[in-house]
Design a protein around this ligand. Structure first.
Ligand SMILES: [Zn+2]
Length: 50
């Protein structure tokens, strides 16, 4: 049995996405479906790179 609760964050490379609509920045493995702040769709997100 595997525990769903533990987060395997060591191997996960998080990317940063910025919502162009409200400026909210999210850290996520994949492009977010929706902005939790303003509700914008994934098309509003741009990936931030260093
Ligand atoms: Zn937003």
């Amino acid at each position: 049995m595997e525990e769903e609760e533990k987060t395997p964050e060591e191997d996960v490379e998080l990317k940063r996405y910025k919502c162009e609509k409200c400026g909210n920045v999210l850290e996520s493995e994949d492009e977010p479906d929706m902005c939790p702040r303003c509700g914008a769709g994934s098309e509003e997100f741009i990936e931030l790179k260093d």
